[in-house]
Design a protein around this ligand. Structure first.
Ligand code: FAD
Length: 428
């Protein structure tokens, strides 16, 4: 029986394990290896950070859940990948061999690249549920004694939606608490314009997000690099379109939250700190071909944020491409079928659509967008705004968590939303 190891148990890894169970069935022995016993639903982290959810509401304990569906589980984590030997070294020193490996380790958060950035420094994060919980403690103290706030995404970031979500959810929460008037708020982003989102904008996201931010008294600085974060301020350099320096800003901040740059997790790196040759690019993102398969190690696939995808265009300050839930689902669906084909002695045939479909919640409103394909010009280039997005996102959270708890590999909620919008044909 083929041995398939799925490395990582986030949105990509868990969806992958269930998809394999459903597509490959009992032809394979499936093991999930993570570095924690818990799955957490990352898109809900902004709500945890302002106390609209508790961490326990968005967490699932994996050992017994996966066991119910005949999927083995280890929380030892991988410390080293040895793709030429078809094995992993785990955190407890043991080795695990595989016939097929799917890497789904998400991002390593590169806070160390900017002085003072991150929970160990002077800024907060919502990228991990533990960070969001810590942020919530700071949030309560901040609301009791408010002051200026800075939110954004730094140079090299690829995940902009959650930065907008956090700024606008924070605004909604502060208004509810009737202290918004005491919080001057600035949004700082590496994007060339508001609503670029690492995708060259989608539909009318530029106007919609600018308008929402104007309406909610949030100032912004684009083409920005964060130089340093101190206890009292965020130091920012703004650039012109030709890449020359435009202006320096020192923004007072009593509270700030930034999405950092991402890179591959430690076990993707070699001794020199570069991505493993043949498997990864220098930043540790996994190289894949049209079938989500690594071109060098042909029994290794990758899904989710750990996959290398080039930027859609050159920008004055570097920005990456977001890898969102729907795109990840399309990778998962393709990998499931391609591994089945390989087990049956055939070549992989399925390509992921890599389209972007996203719901960004702002508490009292939201923006949804559909980009087919991801890189412009597009066949579908649509964005819509309204309170319905908030409701849809709450539904998405419940649907996905139910899916994780019930071991279901069925299509995700965003596909259901697309159908409701009358956009059904998403295949290549
Ligand atoms: P993760 O969810 O980060 O999972 C990685 C897994 O790998 C984790 O289980 C981790 O513990 C494990 N791991 C790490 N290192 C090791 C190791 N050495 N050994 C074993 N296991 C390891 N996208 C949307 O479409 N909609 C949204 O609303 C949305 N909101 C987001 C909000 C936030 C705050 C962020 C950061 C991203 C958001 N995204 C959203 C983007 C994307 O969907 C998420 O980042 C998603 O969690 C990515 O899934 P993943 O499986 O690739 O990575």
């Amino acid at each position: 029986m083929s041995r398939i190891v799925v490395l990582g148990a986030g949105i990509g890894g868990i969806a992958m394990a269930y998809e394999l169970r459903s597509v490959v069935g009992r032809k394979a022995d499936i093991t999930v290896v993570s570095n924690t016993e818990w799955f957490h639903f990352v898109p809900s982290n902004p709500w945890v950070s302002v106390g609209w959810r508790e961490a326990k509401d968005i967490k699932v304990h994996l050992p017994e859940t996966l066991g119910k569906y005949g999927i083995k589980f280890s929380a030892a984590g991988a410390t080293k990948l040895l793709p030429a030997e078809n094995k992993l070294v785990l955190g407890d020193g043991s080795e695990m061999e595989y016939d097929y490996l799917v890497i789904a380790t998400g991002p390593d958060l590169a806070f160390d690249e900017i002085e003072g950035l991150g929970p160990q420094g002077h800024s907060s994060s919502i990228c991990h549920v533990d960070h969001a919980e810590e942020m919530n403690r700071k949030w309560e103290a901040f609301c009791a004694d408010p002051g200026p706030m800075v939110v954004g995404a730094v140079q090299g970031a690829s995940c902009f939606g959650p930065a907008y979500e956090f700024a606008l959810i924070a605004n909604a929460d502060l208004r509810k608490r009737k202290v918004r008037d005491k919080v001057p708020m600035t949004f700082v982003t590496s994007e060339p314009y508001i609503g670029h989102l690492g995708l060259g904008g989608v539909g009318d996201t530029k106007s919609q997000l600018e308008s929402l931010m104007r309406d909610r008294d949030i100032k912004w600085i684009t083409n920005a690099k964060v130089e340093r974060v101190t206890e009292e301020a965020v130091e920012v350099v703004e650039f012109n379109e030709d890449g020359s320096e435009k202006k320096r800003h020192t923004l007072p901040s009593k509270l700030n939250m930034f999405i950092p740059g991402f890179r591959g997790v430690n076990c993707m790196m070699d001794e020199t700190g570069k991505g493993i040759e043949g498997l990864c690019n220098p930043r540790g993102f996994v190289l894949v071909d049209d079938y989500q398969r690594n071109p060098t190690f042909k029994n290794v696939y990758a899904v989710g944020v750990c996959v290398a995808i080039p930027p859609v265009e050159q920008t004055p300050v570097p920005v990456g491409v977001p890898k969102t839930g729907y795109m990840i689902e399309s990778m998962v669906a393709a990998v499931g079928r391609n591994i089945l084909h390989q087990i049956e002695g055939r070549e992989p045939t399925d390509r992921p659509t890599l389209n972007a479909v996203c719901l960004a919640d702002f508490g009292d409103s939201g923006v949804a967008f559909v980009a087919l394909p991801q890189i412009p010009p597009r066949n579908v280039n649509w964005s819509g705004e309204g309170y319905w997005v908030h409701l849809a996102k709450v539904g998405f959270e419940k649907y996905f968590l139910r899916k994780v708890r019930s071991g279901s590999g069925e299509p995700g909620y965003e596909r259901v939303v697309l159908k409701a919008l009358g956009i059904e044909r998403l295949k290549n």
